[in-house]
Design a protein around this ligand. Structure first.
Ligand code: M6R
Length: 618
């Protein structure tokens, strides 16, 4: 079986499709970069180019062939099963040469469908489920009478036979002016431009080329014909297309002077957080006002429990939220791996609220956790960065992060804004209960200072670069922190391992003595994140325990916390700040540490091996 996450783009317009497709693929490369391919409608045949490796390999071979076709589809692949080979690379062509198709998702019953098609004399050249779907469309086409709707009817006949998830773009040789897209489970968006229309996995693929984006819902088809388009259900009923402007994000996806999106996105954080915070405080300056929660006040006031569901970095932000919300609002909070929650029979306890957090809003496990929560009749809220994403559409309410597109696979500015929104949620819930106006005001003041303080920390980037240089030979590192800085330790370790491939683990500082201390030696540095509370002295004692065993210690600590010289080899200072923003400030040096550490090893921080930005399969 060939499971795919992948990015797809299709072009139908007046000019040559080639440049838009290759540019689009480059922007979608964050979704997968094992191999890439393109197919053009050339009148009486399809021309194809497919290469393993990055889109730049494909760009070179496409450039040599120079197609002038104005209708084409393209794909960048992330494979979990099935080798990274040219024959498994999309687009796939039907055996009769009449159809080409790109696919993002997985057709779970492809084995049965393959057997059925094999019985009809169809043979296959790849190991993929996608080639099966392409041939299934071709099979239905061959069974249908000629006519204007034959292409669309073939797609409509084939898709209901598929179990699983798909976002597809498909072309038929007999229809030189038509492209059809369809989605179930995998995202798909239509881009509308002056000279061309597009179908893509997300709007970043056609930024600068399309003015409006129309997001498809599950079970919908997009039929692009000439310069017209319509959206319909699988059964053929037309649905209303709601368009969103795309122009405003064009600059945000350009790299500018930065050498990677990760670096750019780290340094964008002051602005990004200003946007997260903007206009979201009550008039009396003592609470947060999150528009997406309006209408749910009674449910929020009477909550018995919050369950956060998320994956990876987003889950770490939720863990920060757990500490803050319990402290400010006294509501019990649980943080679940979305992939675990969706298969658990979590007991119903009073009025529970499920909050799903996902930068992309397309992480499959997170979406499935939301669906499971809804099945159980629970109220669901979403925190996401992507407007119109599946998470935004499927939850009962929610809040946008507003940090602009995050392209680097390593999540940075998204974490900061998610942690910030969790603090705001804690504040809002706290003020609905027994948090005093004075405490509320202090938190509002703290949050308002966040963008400025983030900028202050980032200005010391050179100091972090020196520290990363000093420790860059280490192959094993520990990250340690207490309370709301424990998730920061987890996040620091995750960031380092995902982009530098060094082994790193995060622990609560006091857990050290229950096992991890055995790892300590002069080659294994420990990064301690010091609180700036009454617990600081305990963390400093843990640092001394490491030093006593000849382990190198790097401390990240607020300005005013005194650290005896013998407790740390190096100290990076962050500004003193309100506890609700401390996790965000403490995480910044760890983002930069991972970034420089990986760059010093000559690695591509935006596209770490084996990873993809959105995990849209289980
Ligand atoms: O789009 P999401 O926030 O749902 O993504 C969740 C994780 O896949 C993501 O945070 C992942 O852990 C990042 N690569 C971490 O940097």
């Amino acid at each position: 079986m060939n499971l795919l996450m992948c990015g797809i783009i299709g072009y139908l317009g007046k000019g040559a499709a080639q440049e838009s497709l290759i540019d689009g693929l480059k922007r979608l490369e964050y979704r997968g970069y094992d191999s890439a391919g393109v197919a053009f409608h050339e009148g009486n045949e399809f021309s194809m180019a497919r290469e393993t490796g990055r889109v730049k390999n494909l760009a070179e071979s496409v450039h040599k062939k120079a197609s002038s076709s104005s209708l084409g589809i393209a794909h960048t692949r992330w494979a979990t099963h099935g080798a990274v080979t040219v024959s498994n690379t999309h687009p796939h062509m039907s055996q009769d040469g009449k159809f080409v198709m790109v696919h993002n998702g997985v057709i779970e019953n492809f084995g049965t469908l393959k057997k059925f098609l094999a019985g009809k004399g169809i043979s296959f050249v790849s190991e993929t489920d996608s080639e099966v779907l392409c041939n299934l469309i071709a099979y239905h086409y061959s069974e249908l009478p000629e006519g204007e709707d034959r292409f669309i009817d073939a797609v409509r006949s084939a898709l209901p036979q598929c179990r699983g998830a798909y976002g597809i773009a498909v072309l038929c040789l007999d229809y030189p002016e038509t492209m059809i897209g369809a989605r179930r489970g995998s995202p798909l968006v239509v881009g509308l431009g002056e000279d061309a229309n597009f179908i893509a996995s997300d709007a970043s693929a056609f930024v600068g080329r399309a003015k409006e984006a129309v997001f498809l819902n599950d079970g919908e088809l997009a039929i692009l014909k000439g310069n017209e388009f319509r959206i319909s259900t699988m059964e053929g009923q037309e649905t209303q297309a709601i368009s969103h402007p795309v122009e405003q994000i064009s600059e945000e996806v350009e790299l500018g002077d930065y050498d990677s999106y990760m670096e750019k996105e780290i340094y964008e954080q002051p602005k990004a957080l200003e946007n997260t915070l903007r206009g979201r405080f009550g008039e009396d300056g003592t609470t947060a006002k999150l528009g997406g929660l309006e209408g749910h006040e009674d449910e929020l006031r009477n909550l018995d429990r919050i369950i956060f569901v998320a994956c990876g970095t987003a889950r770490h932000a939720c863990m920060v939220g757990e500490y803050l919300i319990e402290k400010l609002a006294r509501v019990p909070v649980e943080v679940e791996h979305a992939s675990e929650f969706r298969y658990r029979n979590s007991p119903k306890a009073g009025n529970s609220l499920v909050i799903a957090v996902s930068q992309s809003g397309e992480t499959l496990d997170t979406l499935e956790a939301v669906r499971e929560a809804k099945t159980k009749g629970l109220l669901t809220l979403g925190i996401t960065n992507v407007v119109g994403s599946s998470l935004a559409r499927e939850t009962d309410g929610g809040v946008y992060q507003r940090v602009g597109p995050e392209i680097g696979v390593a999540s940075t500015k998204a974490f900061s804004s998610q942690a910030c929104l969790c603090a705001m949620l804690g504040l809002a819930l706290g003020r609905m209960r027994d948090l005093s106006p004075t405490d509320g005001q202090a938190i509002v003041d703290g949050l308002n200072k966040l963008p400025k303080l983030v900028e202050e920390v980032l200005q010391k980037g050179d100091q972090i670069k020196e520290l990363a240089t000093k420790y860059s030979k280490a192959e094993h590192l520990l990250f340690l922190g207490r309370q709301s800085l424990y998730p920061v330790a987890l996040e620091g370790a995750l960031k380092l391992k995902e982009i530098s491939y060094a082994h790193a683990e995060g622990y609560p500082a006091a857990e050290l003595k229950h096992g991890p201390i055995a790892l300590i030696n002069p080659e294994c540095p420990s990064v301690f994140i010091v609180e700036g509370t009454e617990l600081s002295s305990k963390t400093i004692a843990n640092m001394q325990e490491v030093k006593a065993r000849k382990g190198p210690v790097l401390a990240i600590a607020p300005q005013s916390v005194e650290i005896p010289p013998e407790a740390a080899d190096d100290i990076f200072r962050i500004p003193d700040a309100h506890e609700v923003i401390r996790p965000i400030l403490a995480n910044l040096p760890l983002q930069l540490f991972a970034y420089h550490f990986a760059r010093l090893r000559g690695l591509d921080v935006d596209k770490p091996r084996n990873l993809a930005k959105s995990v849209t399969v289980e």
